[in-house]
Design a binder for this molecule. Structure first.
Ligand code: NAP
Length: 247
């Protein structure tokens, strides 16, 4: 199996893309630290599914926008699993609005969760990876951060920031054998995109060359590959999984 006996730490693993990544990593032989923000029952259900696959799982409540909570959670996961091999920064939120109507707090909240949250986790898990001279970091960006999207100046700024941060961290960590890559999903069917109206979804699908929204597993398959030895010579990359919406 591609991730035999690896330990993955996945943020936002209670639902959507993070859940699919956690389960696909477990199917490929990894134990998983399942991080969530408030939905404890959903996180526990993911842990049960992972244990049913014969792998170890533990859930952790952690607001990734809080530096101290991230530090404590990484420490707790290392204590429980013994070590970590893979970090997936997936936790994210939207607070969409047109720029002129966007509240400052909605801008700040999205940056704090989607961008700073990944920094917090990379800083703490990165220190552990440096000591072990190995590790794979996967940051979930978005095509919004590459092509822009009306109504998402906050979200697109955070997701573009993830790309710059991924490339910088890749350069800092490569000397110790640690890879750092980003995945930029297009429109994926999750609670996040369920907020779109049917009319908005129709418009989105008509703009996608493959003529469908993606599934969380489309992202999870790439995450498993990037975390595996098959991708050990790939770092600082941003890979779109978007049905061709941003060709
Ligand atoms: P989702 O279904 O809304 O799930 C969001 C996850 O993030 C949940 O597990 C949630 O935990 C967690 N979370 C939210 N705020 C958090 C915080 N402050 N601290 C820790 N965890 C937090 O989202 P999704 O669609 O799967 O998206 C996952 C990632 O992919 C996000 O970074 C998103 O920006 C990115 N993405 C999604 C799409 C898409 O089309 N869906 C496209 C491009 C990029 P709780 O369950 O506890 O609330």
């Amino acid at each position: 199996m591609l991730l035999n006996d690896k330990v993955a730490f996945v943020t936002g693993a209670s639902r959507g893309i993070g859940k699919a990544i956690a389960l696909e990593m477990a199917r490929n032989g990894a134990d998983v630290a399942v991080c969530y923000s408030s939905n404890e029952a959903a996180a526990e259900e993911v842990c049960q599914q992972i244990r049913a696959l014969g792998r170890n799982a533990q859930s952790y409540r952690c607001d990734v926008s809080d530096m101290e909570q991230c530090s404590e959670t990484v420490k707790a996961a290392i204590a429980h699993f013994g070590h970590l091999d893979i970090l997936v920064n997936n936790a994210g939120i939207t607070r969409d609005n047109l720029m002129l109507m966007m509240k400052e707090e909605d801008f700040d909240k999205v940056i704090a969760t989607n961008l700073k949250g990944a920094f917090h986790m990379m800083k703490h898990a990165g220190a552990h990876f440096l000591k072990r001279k190995q590790g794979a970091i996967i940051n979930i960006s978005s095509v919004s951060g590459m092509m822009g999207n009306a109504g998402q100046v906050n979200y697109a700024a955070a997701k573009a920031g993830i790309i710059g941060m991924t490339k910088s961290a890749a350069k800092e960590l490569a000397g110790r054998g640690i890879t750092c890559n980003a995945i930029a999903p297009g429109f994926i069917t999750t609670d996040m995109t369920d907020q779109l109206s049917d009319k908005q979804k129709e418009a989105v699908v008509s703009a996608i060359p493959l003529k469908r929204m993606g599934q969380p597993e489309d992202i999870a398959h790439l995450a498993v590959f990037l975390a595996s030895p098959l991708a050990s010579y790939i770092t600082g990359e941003v890979i779109k999984v978007d049905g061709g919406i941003y060709i």
